[in-house]
Design a protein around this ligand. Structure first.
Ligand SMILES: [Zn+2]
Length: 261
C-alpha cells in the first residue's frame, strides 16, 4: 500500500511501516526461501529448496494482508531458514539444521564454528537488530507471528488446520481460542502441531515476553494457503478473528471495521 515504507531491506530481513501504525507488530520469520548464490542452494535440488523445509509457503502473503489491514509494521525474514532459522537462538542445533523432516541438508553438514558464526552474523544479527529497533520505536501492545506447516509430516497426515501457539503468556492465545468457533470453521488447536517443547516460541520468548506485551504464534496448514485466493480468504477470516480477540484484550485497533466486543 502506498503509505507503507521500508525501514529494513537487506539479505536477512525486510521490514515495513505504515505511516499511522497501530500498536501491533506482525512477524514472519520463515517468509522466504531465498539463498545467496554462494551457498549453492546448500546442495539441495529445486524441489527441496521450494518445499516447507526451506520456508513457510503461503505465510508471507497472509502476514502481509493482516499487517496491511491492522495498520501494523511487518518484519519478515528474507533468507531461507535453512541458512539460519530466525525463530531459533544461534546456539540451537536446528538453527542451521543438518537435516529437516525427510531431507538431508548437504550444505549444513559438519559446519565449522567459523561457518556457524558467519551465518549468525549475516542472518541472525540483522534480523534480531531489526526486531529490537522496531519494537523499541513502535512500543506495540501485541505481537503476532505468522507461520505455515506441511499437511503431511514424515508420511503422517495432519488433522489440525490452524495452530494457536503460545509460551508462558497465553492471554492472547486464550482470547483467540475462546472465539475460534465463532470465526472459523477450521480445526483450530492450542500448541499444535508444535508447541514450546519444540523450541518454536523463541521469537515470543525473546521479544514479546520480556516486554510484557500480548503475543501469539499462528500456524496455518500450508495446503489451505497455497493460492492467492486461499491466502486472501484466510487473511480475511483471520483479520476478523484477531480483531475480536484484540477487543477482548483491550488492544486498540486502527483501520478496517471494528468488531463488536
Ligand atoms: Zn515457521
Amino acid at each position: 500500500m502506498a503509505d507503507r515504507y521500508p525501514i529494513f531491506d537487506n539479505e536477512a530481513v525486510h521490514a515495513s511501516l505504515p505511516q499511522d501504525a497501530a500498536p501491533v507488530v506482525v512477524v514472519c520469520e520463515h517468509a522466504s526461501n531465498a539463498m545467496p548464490s554462494e551457498f549453492g542452494g546448500l546442495g539441495l535440488d529445486r524441489a527441496a529448496r521450494e518445499s516447507h523445509v526451506a520456508w513457510d509457503p503461503g505465510a508471507l502473503p497472509v502476514a502481509r494482508a493482516i499487517a496491511t489491514s491492522l495498520h501494523a509494521p511487518l518484519i519478515a525474514g528474507a533468507a531461507s531458514r535453512l541458512l539460519f532459522d530466525c525463530n531459533r537462538p544461534p546456539e540451537a542445533v536446528d538453527a542451521m539444521p543438518p537435516h529437516s523432516e525427510v531431507f538431508e541438508i548437504p550444505g549444513n553438514q559438519n559446519l565449522s564454528d567459523a561457518a556457524r558464526a558467519e551465518r549468525v552474523r549475516r542472518f541472525h544479527d540483522p534480523f534480531n537488530a531489526a526486531m529490537v529497533k522496531l519494537l523499541d520505536a513502535q512500543v506495540p501492545q501485541l505481537m503476532i507471528t505468522m507461520h505455515s506447516f506441511t499437511a503431511t509430516y514424515n508420511s503422517q497426515p495432519r488433522e489440525v488446520e490452524i495452530g494457536v501457539l503460545h509460551d508462558d503468556d497465553s492471554r492472547f492465545a486464550d482470547a483467540l481460542l475462546a472465539c475460534a468457533a465463532d470465526h472459523t470453521a477450521h480445526v483450530v488447536r492450542r500448541n499444535d502441531p508444535y508447541g514450546p517443547e519444540h523450541g518454536v516460541t523463541h521469537t515470543l520468548k525473546k521479544h514479546a515476553l520480556p516486554r510484557g506485551i500480548h503475543n501469539v504464534m499462528i500456524e496455518v496448514r500450508n495446503d489451505l494457503i497455497a493460492t492467492a485466493d486461499q491466502q486472501a480468504a484466510m487473511a480475511t477470516m483471520m483479520d476478523i478473528w484477531l480483531r475480536t480477540a484484540m477487543v477482548a484484550c483491550d488492544i486498540p485497533q486502527e483501520g478496517g471495521a471494528q468488531c463488536p466486543a
